[in-house]
Design a protein around this ligand. Sequence first.
Ligand SMILES: Cc1cc2nc3c(=O)[nH]c(=O)nc-3n(C[C@H](O)[C@H](O)[C@H](O)COP(=O)(O)OP(=O)(O)OC[C@H]3O[C@@H](n4cnc5c(N)ncnc54)[C@H](O)[C@@H]3O)c2cc1C
Length: 411
Amino acid sequence: MIGRQLAEADTIGQFVEIDAHIVERLGQGLGKLDHRFDDYASHANGITVQAFRGKQLVDERGAALIGADGIWSAVGNRLKNHRKPAFAHRTAWRTLVPSDNVPDYLRAPAVHLFLGMDAHLVAYPVKAGALVNIVGIVNDNWSEAGWNAPGDRAEILRHFARFTWHESVRELIGIPQRWLKWALFDNATPFAGGAGAVTLIGDAAHPMLPFLAQGAGMAVEDAAVLADRLKEHSDNPAAGLLPVKPPPSLRFIGDKEQYPHDFVTTFAPLPVPADATDPWNGGGINNWIMAKEGTPNLDAAWTFIRFWLVDGAKYMLKAGKVPAFPGTDEDTVIEGILGPDRDTLYDVEAYRKVVFADDIRLVTDSITTAGAEIQTIVDGLSDRLFIGEISVDEWVTEAKTQADAAIAAAS
Ligand SMILES: Cc1cc2nc3c(=O)[nH]c(=O)nc-3n(C[C@H](O)[C@H](O)[C@H](O)COP(=O)(O)OP(=O)(O)OC[C@H]3O[C@@H](n4cnc5c(N)ncnc54)[C@H](O)[C@@H]3O)c2cc1C
């Protein structure tokens, strides 16, 4: 229920309000605050947790233990197959400034991203526009664990040096008096599941670097999925906590340690109707990248878009993205995407035939009104379909209604 409310909150301001509401409800007996987990024991009747309330050590009994205690998870430390996060040689710097103190364009309800050498900066309004959140990520070897160490403004300015960064970015960094910083860690090994009625969710299970800004979103999704699974297995929580096997992807196929297998993966072309005389395929080329209308930095945006489509594409091969530009060297793409063990893991020639076929006729949208909004609608509804919240028929009806509304709003 709380997870659902969080998922439906559409502004940061609303998020904060809901958060306060949760704390209030926890205070009314839905849970106990101010306990620091220390240890646990499993037994026939469930789990007993030992926790500190202040200096006092207390025991709490429950049916299951879900460690949602972040990247330095104390619950995780008690699990055998939990891997410690690795230092990513980067530091995040964060500050909040009153929106009256920043230039006009930063007050718009949008995320502003400034990309540059060895660093980037993100700024967006929070608290219903009263404050602007600024986060800078820089390459760094400072690796102290924890959150919120005080950061020196002169130090972050050194990372955004005058000769490589636009003055407007340096001016923005110069506005706040107070910066906080923390070293970034992640864990490339997926959490393979807990033990019996004990598991982890959120950063405790899968800490990630903040580049796609999805960590908190995934923690909320974990909670929503787990709630459904526990409801389904209310008589046996341990069964509800068993890991759900993800659909296979190239990344899993390449990981012989976590997903041992002795078969070769092959590829087939996208299907077309057997009786089609002039077949087009519903699969699409999906490469959305846009410059904001009216941006004062159109030249810089074009430079970045060119880089993304051409030279930058090679960095995405490892993530399974086929470059969209013409003249791509087939062998480089195959090597980048299928990896060094391609000859033993894949039917490489089948991959070549499917991906580089000359005669694939993919539908390309020529009417793009509200295209980005419709993509967001489709993604959101598809997520709800995949977790079994809506049916295919509901997906179709809802997608049409929401897409028509988005087109009407954009026309
Ligand atoms: C710079 C930066 C920017 C980010 N931006 C985004 C973004 O835009 N969008 C997004 O989705 N995510 C973002 N993230 C990621 C997001 O902050 C995390 O993924 C998210 O907070 C994880 O939530 P969690 O509940 O799993 O863990 P946490 O938020 O870390 O919460 C863990 C809680 O457990 C408590 N705890 C720890 N030990 C114990 C113990 N022994 N006993 C009891 N309690 C304990 C802690 O006090 C804490 O309250 C960002 C992260 C960083 C570093």
